[in-house]
Design a protein around this ligand. Sequence first.
Ligand code: ADP
Ligand code: MG
Length: 593
Amino acid sequence: MSSIRILSDRVANQIAAGEVIERPAAVVKELVENSLDAGATRIEVEFRTGGRAYIRVEDNGAGMDRDDAQLALERHATSKIAEAADLDRLHTFGFRGEALPSIASVSRFELQTRVAGAEAGTEVLVNGGRLVHVRDCGRPVGTRVVVAQLFNSVPARRKFLKSDATESAHIIHCVRLYALACPQAAFTLIEDERTIFRSPECSTTAERVAEIFGRQIAESLLPVEFAEAGLSLWGLVGRPGIGRATRHEMITFVNHRPVDSRTLSYALIESYHDAVPKGRYPLAFLFLDLDPAAVDVNVHPAKREVRFRNEVQVRALVIRAVLRCLRESGAVAMGGPPEGAAGALAAQPTAIPAVPESRIAAPFPAFRPVGPREPPGAPGVPVAATAPVTAPASPPAGAGGSLAGWRYLGLAHGTYALFETEAGLVLLDRRAAHERVWYERLREQFASGRVGIQRLLFPVPVELDAIAAALLLDRLEFLGGHGFEIVEFGRHFFRVEGVPEWMEPADAEPFLRDLLGALREGRLAAQDLDLARDELARLAAARAIRMPADGGEAELRALAGRLFACRQPLTSPAGRPTCIELSHGELARRFQR
Ligand code: ADP
Ligand code: MG
């Protein structure tokens, strides 16, 4: 047993760095926050090889004098708060005084800075936490930080970094978030000498969204604005009908800080209950402003999560504001189709019923952590009291043959086909059955390599964010071999040129977005071809179905026949039961005969 000793600052910083600086994007985040806190109106970010080799953040903010420049690298040195109570008045991104010393302890860190009125600037160089020099330098007012050889001294951490493309995507996403948070500052982002975006000062968030996320997305959004009891909510949300397979495009800010907030995301999902299909997520760039004392930002090392003092109030506000916005848009959109390509993708405006107060006041749903491989269906969405799914253990009696003994009785609710059989009654879920049939058909096609492609007369352009683009690029070849011809034609721009024969061309883009959702969650991984095909077939089956509105006897009999010829007829590819059998015995028991 060794005796207790206090860690040296250098070791303490390296340990803290593990929490605050998990990857290159975290360095960028901390430096950009510092620039914004220093009042910069122009920020330039440059990086190379996913940020591993080189990150530069340069601003025209207030700068630091020589004493401050040295002090800034000490642990817990901050100019932003003096006591804990100041957290309740916080108007800056930073306050812990941890970032600079942490970064400097795991990299080669060069700081150049000058305040207005000073004759010269100051340069501080630190390598792996050891001070190399402090000297004068020439530079304009403002600050420039260069972080090189990140994690060179911490091989364990380097090992956890993903590919350059992934790390770079995280950096790009991060800079976009801050550019959205502060449209009044000009941002430039450069990767490996290529400019990824250069956005001048923008007067509105909508302009910023168009600048950096593209017009396609900007045109599919509606403005929201709502204030009540000291809370103010504003921003942009997707038009009804536009949904995404993941939450990645639900972007939320609290007092201009980009955050992940369950309260906000659930309130959003809830608001879109009737406006996007179940299991899909709305698009949103949503800002909540409130008294800093009403929110705790000090719950997560990277401050990504926040906690509200009054969760119920925040939730109610979001739901009310978004629903009002959607309802009003419904009325507007009814007048004529929305303009632009994105508008064409929006489904017919859904009538949005008023939300009952009871739903707003309902208890906060329990959180289901988002696992790497979520059960299909409605990932992460709170499910109200669902009974565990129980598929029948064996096919209904008589299903094996020609269904000769089955008498078709009718279709209930457009969904359930009812058959009388020798053994009792069988209820067939039409959608689940179709999905199963399509899924097995596609699985077979994929395995045999015989996937017919239809070339699209009008290729569908799709603009993606950096992360999605990187993921898609990785899997283009796989998709090409399975009926989807997608080509890159510009940075983060793709064109769907061909889809499998059975797919409606109009489904190409929504399907691609679903696919990206799956990719982000690590499904369709390259390592296991079989699993990836499985996933692709599952996603595609949901799109392949075309159900006649009033399936008559012939259709439903044929469907039942095809279903029971499947290898696993009893469940849909998502694991739902396809049929329920009520035996004579069960019926007699229920009726107490
Ligand atoms: P925090 O932001 O939590 O205060 P940091 O370690 O990020 O801690 O920064 C320490 C201090 O260095 C800040 O409080 C600020 O005074 C100063 N500083 C850091 N970056 C800049 C910058 N770009 N311009 C001016 N001052 C800066
Ligand atoms: Mg900081």
